[in-house]
Design a binder for this molecule. Structure first.
Ligand SMILES: Cc1ncc(C[n+]2csc(CCOP(=O)(O)OP(=O)(O)O)c2C)c(N)n1
Ligand code: SF4
Length: 295
């Protein structure tokens, strides 16, 4: 079949690549993540000026600057509240939030459940490298027990946070995990998360080659990753998703863990509904002013 002009995609991945040169270390997993985001945005087909990308602070949080979307490299741990405010004020924008595992599950960990219970239509991408990269290799919330770092010379004594269980148990409607070792898979997953109507979480196993655990490289991920599709995982089954998610840190499952078949309304839709209901019954402004003017 010959393709017509109408069938041509509106954008290519390079339309979303900014002129800023990434300053990540050579081999950092985040290079692959930004490539996957370019591909996903091209497939979505919305122009860069209709996209807003909010991050916290960290190596991974530099990512909005490497795209042509509007970007805000904000405050450590605060990507989600800022992204929610933005989505409420400008619901027509496509809003992405991103950051590291430290940003999302340490300092920003308290924002995750509250975002999930509101369910704004935001896609949240966490580049999970199990370390604080930007500040030169301290323990992060997802560091494995026993990991030796600059802040745990004899090995970490704590169990890691499991980001997948965390978001699933608070009721997130879309939960997936990917790795830049499978770029097409990661791009497709991010595209699906963006298209999902509501809060969507993508945990990306993105290796820190400078401070991360030894052997954490794209090559190792390629060998370790296992597709959820290959075991006929049912992504509409929350209990099956929770069961699979338990192996976080031991097995590298990639794909969609959970996709709620009946997603709840978004926060923006509920707020709009409430505003409309209130404005219908509101007294005319003059009558409200009269109440104050009367003695
Ligand atoms: C309020 C505040 N506390 C601490 C810091 C220092 N800080 C900057 S980035 C960071 C952690 C980075 O780790 P992560 O979020 O996992 O991102 P990565 O650099 O690994 O991508 C910390 C502790 C800060 N910038 N602001
Ligand atoms: S320190 Fe780690 S996370 Fe940061 S740019 Fe380098 S490899 Fe990437």
């Amino acid at each position: 079949m010959t393709s017509t002009l109408a069938e041509q995609p509106k954008f290519s991945p390079k339309d979303f690549k900014s002129d800023l040169k990434p300053i990540w270390c050579p081999g950092c997993g985040d290079f692959g993540v930004v490539q996957a985001i370019y591909r996903a945005l091209a497939a979505i087909g919305r122009p860069a000026h209709e996209i807003a990308f909010v991050s916290g602070i960290g190596c991974s949080s530099r990512i909005p600057g490497y795209t042509t979307a509007y970007g805000f490299n904000s405050v450590h741990g605060r990507a989600l509240p800022i992204a929610q405010g933005l989505k409420l004020a400008r619901p027509e924008l496509l809003v992405l939030a991103a950051g590291g595992d430290g940003d999302g599950f340490s300092i920003g960990g308290g924002h995750v459940p509250h975002t999930i219970r509101r369910n704004p239509d935001i896609t949240y991408i966490v580049m999970d490298n199990q370390i604080y990269g930007l500040t030169k290799g301290q323990l992060s919330p997802t560091s494995p027990k026993g990991l030796k770092t600059v802040t745990s010379g004899m090995g970490s004594l704590e169990n890691p946070v499991n980001p997948l269980m965390y978001v699933l148990s608070y009721g997130a409607s879309f939960v997936a995990q990917g790795t830049p070792a499978d770029l097409p898979g990661l791009a497709a997953m991010i595209e699906e998360a963006i298209r999902f109507p509501g809060f969507a979480f993508v945990n990306v196993q993105s290796p820190c080659v400078t401070y991360g655990e030894e052997g954490q490289q794209i090559k190792a991920h390629k060998a370790a990753m296992k597709a959820l599709d290959s075991v006929k995982h049912d992504p509409t089954n929350l209990l099956a998703a929770l069961e699979r998610a338990q192996s976080y840190g031991h097995e590298l499952w990639t794909g969609v863990f959970y996709r709620n078949p009946n997603p709840p309304p978004t926060y923006e839709a509920l707020v709009r509904e409430r505003q409309e209901a209130l404005s219908k019954n509101a007294s005319p402004r003059e009558r409200i002013l009269d109440q104050f003017l009367q003695k």
